[in-house]
Design a binder for this molecule. Structure first.
Ligand code: IPE
Ligand code: IPE
Ligand code: MG
Length: 251
């Protein structure tokens, strides 16, 4: 699909871009790892492990496209309901991922952040993440947010409780409370709202991801399972985004 106002061509993929219509913030629900493995008669954890390479591919694609913020849904609050061995396996992956790919991430001038509750993660995972956060904090390229042990409803409740405390302590006053003020209490304070959400794996739901922040986000769903998602698929999603008309309730 070629759209007339798109002018910049990526030679590898033959896809056209316009600088101005690249989404600043792309959020991704990386889904379908388990099914990818099951389809091949392999245990689910192989799917999770294979999905790590996709993460770095997509980070690089986002850097190339000049996306400013990339937020990846890595482990949800509800994922604790899974069998313990799968949970333990998934929660060890960030360390493994950083061990292999942190140099690559550094070389791409990417800054890593975590949104979610770090304190609920295994100590070794927390340490690896904290090291990655600290050692990339001066990078001024893509901001990569890992949504880990993250749930949007829980985030909003936490924010509300913190705001109530500030109200009681008279650090904030009721008539100051508006959307902007409330947003400052969320884990995403200072991060612009996602412009584009991509969900792989065929499901068409938000699964408790960034509910407040995605009130006017454009959604792109693909049946491709996360380990099969590629730079090409990422660019197709950007292209779909570029064809959308964002009205925000206006005309
Ligand atoms: C996404 O893949 C990864 C996490 C939720 C951590 P799934 O594990 O949900 O894979 P499917 O949806 O069962 O195929
Ligand atoms: C959403 O995927 C969470 C992540 C990708 C981290 P799930 O596989 O957990 O979502 P549901 O259960 O299908 O809604
Ligand atoms: Mg899933």
């Amino acid at each position: 699909m070629k759209i007339p106002f798109l002018t910049k061509k990526d030679e590898q993929s033959n896809i056209y871009y316009a600088e101005g219509t690249i989404p600043d913030h792309v959020a991704i629900i990386m889904d379908g790892n388990g099914r990818w493995a099951e389809k091949r008669g392999m245990p689910r954890f192989i799917g999770h492990k294979t999905g790590l390479a996709t993460v770095v591919t997509v980070v690089k694609a986002a850097v190339k496209c000049k996306v400013k913020v990339l937020t990846l849904y890595t482990f949800s609050k509800e994922n604790w309901k899974r069998p313990k061995p799968e949970v333990e396996f998934i929660l060890k992956l960030p360390k493994e991922f950083l061990h292999v790919y942190l140099p690559d991430i550094q070389a791409n001038n990417v800054r890593i952040e975590v949104i979610g509750n770090m304190e609920g993660l295994p100590a070794a995972t927390q340490e690896a993440l904290q090291y990655a956060i600290d050692s990339t904090k001066n990078n001024d390229g893509l901001q990569l947010n890992l949504a880990l042990n993250y749930g949007s409803k829980q985030e909003m409740l936490q924010a509300m409780k913190r705001m109530f405390t500030d109200l009681v302590d008279e650090k904030v006053f009721l008539d100051q409370v508006d959307e902007e003020q409330f947003s400052k209490y969320l884990n995403t304070a200072n991060i612009p709202n996602p412009d584009l959400l991509i969900r792989t794996g065929g499901e068409k739901r938000l699964s408790n991801f960034l509910l407040w922040q995605m009130a006017y986000t454009e959604f792109c769903f693909t049946d491709v399972l996360w380990p099969d998602f590629s730079e090409h698929e990422f660019k197709l999603a950007i292209e779909e985004y570029q064809s959308r008309k964002r009205r925000y309730g206006g005309l």
